[in-house]
Structure formats: structure tokens, C-alpha cells
Design a protein around this ligand. Sequence first.
Ligand code: SF4
Length: 399
Amino acid sequence: MARNLSFSYSKMGMYKECPQKYKFRYVHMIPEQPKYYFAFGSALHEVMEYIYNPNQPAFPSLEQALSFFENHWNKTSFEQKGYASVEKELAGFAEGRRIIEEYYAKHAASFVHPLSVEMKSTLDMDGLSLISILDRIDYLGDGKIKILDYKTGKTVQREPDQLYMYQKVVENSPAVKALVQKVDPGVSELRVGQLSFYHLPTLQEMTFERAPDKEIFSFWQGVLKVADNIRAGKFDPTPGENQCRWCDYRNICPVFTGKEYDPSAASLRPQAMAPQAEPVKSEQELLSEKIDRCGALLEEAKSLQKEIISLMRKNNFERHFGANFKAELARVEKLEFTDKEKVVELLRTLKLLAKVLVPTQSTVAALLQDDSVPAQAKAKLSAFARKTQEDNLTINKAE
Ligand code: SF4
């Protein structure tokens, strides 16, 4: 009999993002680099598990929760967590503390012990060995339970399909049923009463009713289709700007290298992703490389700016935030002095020629901002200019 395929929601997510990436991660077993957002999320999940531990009769105080968080956080270095610097790691730590403090301010008075926290469930069904970690399960009474999943990303808004998977798992799980029967021995059938994402950074909860069987059926068909594709070895890459930009496998991906990845060659090295020793380069070679790299980055920056402007215009955004930077877009008036000879003549008449060493577009336009130029002269100069509108995009560190 064929072995069940070990599967989880995150594996399915990776396959949907890019089957080739899934192959690198789960077929060739090449680990990804640590990601700071996973480390941050995992630390907060640990704190929630600590707070709601059903085996502890009393809930920890805020000070105890903060100290637990600090101990957990300090177990690994900033590099191990995936942060780019100690400063960024410290900012992550401060954000974690803020979330815990605000969580206590909002919920500490109404803490109730759940049925379980961080329950690891493995369920064999339909040829899959489904692994799920259920952040929190609450018993609502009458055989009904609530499944709650903590989120620590940017927003709480998301599709409920992860919860659909948990609904399917929980309603078929003998382990969850046994837990419920411990507190309510009369229960013979388990039903999900409520599904919920809880977004810790904003303390917002997004709740869903139990998904109808029809919806779960069609969701499950999608899951089984992904599993069939994996079994059939369908791992064609699906490159895209977003997924490839952050993908750890770019340097071995056929889309970028132009050749299939060869695991047997990689096995000669300790890790496929490990850098190879490079020959020593001369200073001139290094300089040329830096120039090329800088040129390529500047070109990419220009093309990104164009895309950002076009997307912001399309959505009528004046400001938009990335994780670390903010973009602001303004329409500014641009003055063009096209007839150089006439401009020089006008400057001479206005006795402004001495103020510009060389009359160029920018030096003449600068006269309009110069407090020492009389308003009347500015008006004449301005009337002489051809006015156009242009987009002014600024990108700065988000505070
Ligand atoms: S680089 Fe892009 S195409 Fe290649 S594996 Fe990663 S996500 Fe897929």
C-alpha cells in the first residue's frame, strides 16, 4: 500500500506559490534561510501558549508573560532569527512587548482556559497524513468548538481556507473528540461552531461561521488535486515578481540558471545553498563589479519607481506603506524654458542674468524660489515658461 503523503496547510501554500519551490524545500529537502517574521510569530505563539496553558490553574501576570517572552527571545541571536541587524531585532522585541502589554490590557480580566493550545494533530485521511498545529481550541458547549488561529503578519484580512482545513481536521479527529468528552462526556459528535483568526498586532478578531459542507467539499477537492500533482511529480516553476524576489532558491532555480538543478552535484557540498569558495579578485575587478551592480540596481530602481507610480495613480493613493518604507506621491508643476535665447534676453532685461552662472532649466527655475528675486520679475519669468505636470515620488524609511 502506498504511503500517505505528509501534508499541511503551509506545504499546500508553498506548492500553490511555486511547485518548483516546493520541490526544492520538500523533495530535495533544502532548508530555507531563517525569516524574521517566522521567528517573531513563533515567539508570540509561545507566549500565547504560556498564557493559556490549560494545565496551569492560574494565569500568569503581565510581568511573568513579558519575562517569558524575553527569555524565549534571547535564546537565539538576531541572525538565527533572520533579522538583518541587532537594531531590527530590538525593534521586533519592542513590538512583541507592546503587543503583549496591549493584549493583557484588553483581555486579562476575561481570560478563560481553552480546551487546548498549540495542539499538534496528525490525521490520516484520503491518502494524506495531515499535520496541523491548532493554536487554540475553545469549547462552546453542546459538542461545539471554536478554532482560533493567531496571526502576526501585516493584516488580519485573509481568506478562510486555512480554517477550512482545520475544520476538516478537527471534526474528524479522535484526539479532539476525546478532549471534548473529558469535559462533556455526553458528546458523541463534534461540530465546529466558530472559526477565527486573531491578529495579535492589532488585537482584531476575524470570525467565520462553520463553513457549509458544500464549501468544505470543494476546498477539499482542491487539496486532493494539489496532493495528486505532487505525487505525479508536477513541479513546473511558476515564476512571478513577488515570489521570486524573496525566494531562497533563486541561485539554483532553473528559471534563473537556465539548467535543471542537479542534486547529486549539490550533495558533494555540505549544503546546496552554501557559497562556493571564490578566486581572489583584484581591486579593479571588484570596482567593475560594484559599478555593474550599482548600475543594475539603479535601473531596477527606476523601473520599480515607474511601476509604483502607475499602481498608486491607478488606486488614487497619495501614500502607501511597505514593511520598512513608505512611498508618497505628489503631482508637481514643472516649468520648462524651451527657447534659450529668449530666456537669456528676458533675464538680461530683468537684470537677473548675473544670478545664474549658466542659464539651464534648473538654474532658471531656481530663480522662482529665490527670495531676493522681485515678485514682478518672478511673474514675468513664470509667464514665459511652459508648464507641465509631473509625478514626484519619494520613498523614505517608515517611522
Ligand atoms: S525563484 Fe521563482 S520560479 Fe524559482 S523556485 Fe523560487 S519562486 Fe519558483
